[in-house]
Design a protein. Structure first.
Length: 155
C-alpha cells in the first residue's frame, strides 16, 4: 500500500449530503422529480438520490482540482480522471452512510421511539455524524485501492 493517508470523498460527500438534505427540507417539491411519492413511498429514497447527485458533482470537482494539476491534464482528460477516481470512492462512502441511516431510519427510531426521523429534527443530524463515520469506514479501503491502482492521487 502507498504511504500516507488516502483521501476519501468525505468532504464532497458530506457537503453534498448536507446541501441536498437542506434543499429537500426547504423545497420538498424537488423530490417529486426524483420519484417521491410515485416511485418511492418513503421520501428518504428520493433524498438519497439527490444526495448522490450533489455529492458526485462536488466530489468530481474536488477530484478534478486535485488530479488535473498533478498530472498536467486538460479539462476533458482531467474530468474523466476525476470521475473515475470519485465514482468508486463516493459509492463506497454512500453505501456505508445510507446503510447506517437505513438501520436508524427504518428500524431503530420507529421500533424504540415510534418516531419517523426527518431532516428537520436535531436527532437526524446527530445520527448523520455516525452515518458519515460509517461512510468513511466503507470508503477507506476503496481509496487505498484507487491510489494503488493509480486512479487517485495521494494527498
Amino acid at each position: 500500500m502507498p504511504s500516507g493517508s488516502p483521501p476519501t470523498c468525505g468532504a464532497g460527500c458530506s457537503l453534498g449530503d448536507i446541501l441536498a438534505k437542506t434543499l429537500a427540507l426547504w423545497l420538498p417539491a424537488v423530490l417529486i422529480s426524483l420519484g417521491f411519492p410515485r416511485l418511492f413511498e418513503e421520501e428518504i429514497f428520493a433524498i438519497w438520490i439527490l444526495d448522490y447527485i450533489f455529492a458526485y458533482a462536488i466530489g468530481v470537482a474536488f477530484q478534478y482540482y486535485a488530479i488535473a494539476p498533478m498530472r498536467n491534464l486538460g479539462p476533458r482528460e482531467g474530468l474523466w480522471a476525476a470521475a473515475k477516481a470519485d465514482t468508486f470512492s463516493l459509492t463506497s462512502w454512500q453505501i456505508g452512510m445510507y446503510g447506517l441511516m437505513a438501520i436508524v431510519y427504518f428500524w431503530l427510531f420507529p421500533t424504540f421511539w415510534d418516531v419517523t426521523l426527518k431532516a428537520s429534527m436535531p436527532a437526524f443530524w446527530f445520527v448523520m455524524q455516525f452515518a458519515m463515520l460509517a461512510g468513511f469506514v466503507t470508503s477507506y479501503p476503496v481509496n487505498w485501492w484507487l491510489i494503488s491502482a493509480g486512479l487517485k492521487e495521494r494527498m
